[in-house]
Design a protein around this ligand. Structure first.
Ligand SMILES: Cc1cc2nc3c(=O)[nH]c(=O)nc-3n(C[C@H](O)[C@H](O)[C@H](O)COP(=O)(O)OP(=O)(O)OC[C@H]3O[C@@H](n4cnc5c(N)ncnc54)[C@H](O)[C@@H]3O)c2cc1C
Length: 330
């Protein structure tokens, strides 16, 4: 195995498996950082108590929302500050610590995981990674306390994967005192109830002597003039997590609410989303492990043709396949 630098995942796309980038495989969290592992354990215990006392997934689904008392219980348990540094009142978890808690959230209820994931992993994370000291001091403590939820508004009706080409535009006001945003966002998790939203709009910038448009990230709040929630989306799954459609009509954003540099918003969008890829994968894997457990219990108890269905080869094949895939994902 020779030493290489770069990205293991990028290597796979070009047919090269750079093992030296991932081996020796990192120790598990409890060996690497026993203090953090203990904090993660306490957060998971609190989460299980909340789940036991308050979570009713069929109610979330039927009413297409996570009720406010649950958001307040998560806030009181420190579960809305998972990714926010301790200096701002959060838990300051590492990516693997956060992935563990997120896995447990997903096991309990996938809609709950989406609500917390958008708040901690997207909206708050953009401020953790790109906020100025003033922006962080102003917004992170309230987000860590869960006084309000955060959202992340990138997607538009015409622009999903091709996020560099969003159509929402931002122009400086004629007196240069504010940015004026016009555009339409959709699929925005927590968008109808968030108090802090990180959003993206094309701004005019100079590149090599030419005037071009490049995305810029902005922090917006629902009480800024020109902000409207058009409605929420009805879905067939994760119905308790709500995605909103937002309209910006001459939305007036103070200059100090630019997040990062003007014209560098795509880097903000991408880096924040990259962090979410580990936690989403951890959530899916924890959910799959839980379902395998539920399936096994059911297959042992369910009797057909005089036998538990787990005794039939076709059931065993299905379960073996799921167990192998889940193990590989884990
Ligand atoms: C439940 C839910 C929650 C969401 N929450 C948020 C949120 O909080 N904030 C937010 O900003 N957005 C959110 N989104 C939007 C999400 O990020 C977009 O759905 C995603 O970016 C994909 O965009 P799209 O749906 O427009 O699909 P499209 O971009 O139209 O893609 C459609 C299909 O074409 C494929 N495709 C596209 N381009 C290529 C290519 N170059 N090569 C090969 N295949 C391609 C895609 O993989 C996909 O299968 C959410 C979406 C959902 C469903």
């Amino acid at each position: 195995m020779h030493s290489v630098t770069g990205s293991f995942v990028r290597g796979i796309f070009s047919g090269a498996v750079h093992g030296s980038l991932i081996f020796p495989y990192p120790d598990p969290l409890d060996r690497r950082d026993p203090g953090e592992a203990q904090r993660v354990g306490r957060l998971i215990d609190r989460l299980r108590e909340i789940a036991h006392d308050l979570v009713d997934s069929s109610e979330f689904d039927a009413h297409e929302t996570i009720p406010e008392p649950i958001v307040q219980a998560l806030a009181a348990g420190g579960l809305l500050g998972l990714t926010i540094p301790e200096a701002f009142g959060g838990a300051g978890l590492s990516p693997s610590g956060y992935a563990r808690v997120f896995g447990e959230l997903s096991r309990i209820d996938a809609s709950l995981a989406v609500l917390v994931g958008v708040h901690c992993g997207l909206g708050s994370m953009a401020l953790v990674q790109y906020g100025s000291p003033e922006q962080q001091a102003r917004y992170l403590p309230m987000l860590a306390r869960g006084e309000t939820l955060a959202a992340y508004a990138l997607t538009e009706p015409e622009t999903g994967s091709d996020a560099q080409n969003i159509r929402t535009r931002a122009e400086l006001s004629s007196d240069g005192a504010a940015w004026i945003l016009n555009g339409h966002k959709q699929w925005i998790g927590n968008g109808q109830r968030a108090g802090v939203i990180v959003t993206f709009a094309q701004t005019p910038v100079e590149r090599g002597g030419d005037r071009v448009s490049r995305p810029t990230a902005f922090i917006i709040r629902p009480d800024m003039p020109g902000f409207k929630v058009l409605g929420t989306v009805q879905k067939l799954g994760i119905r308790g997590s709500t995605q909103a459609e937002l309209l910006y009509e001459d939305l007036t954003v103070p200059l100090d609410h630019v997040l990062g540099a003007v014209g560098k918003g795509f880097a903000v969008a991408e880096r924040v989303l990259n962090g979410g890829r580990l936690s989403l994968a951890a959530g899916c894997t924890a959910g799959a492990k839980h379902l395998l457990h539920e399936m096994t219990t059911f297959a042992e108890e369910r009797v057909q043709f005089g036998k538990p269905i787990i005794d039939f080869e076709i059931t065993q094949r299905k379960m073996a396949r799921i167990a192998a895939d889940t193990y590989a994902a884990d």
